[in-house]
Design a protein. Structure first.
Length: 57
């Protein structure tokens, strides 16, 4: 039985996929936030010369 076109088959597919995409979005936002601190830690920073690629993507 479908209520407003939503069937149980749709729910079994849509709920996990929605959770995956929300989790991926939050993970990407955290990665963007952490790039502000890339190579600025005294403990893990190392010596990165001007123009060199960062130590992690």
């Amino acid at each position: 039985m479908a209520i407003f076109g939503i069937t149980t088959r749709y729910v079994w597919f849509a709920v996990p996929m929605t959770g995956y995409f929300i989790g991926k979005f939050l993970d990407d936002q955290e990665t963007l936030r952490m790039t502000n601190f890339r190579d600025k830690s005294c403990l893990y920073g190392g010596n990165v010369k001007e123009g060199d690629s960062p130590s992690w993507p």
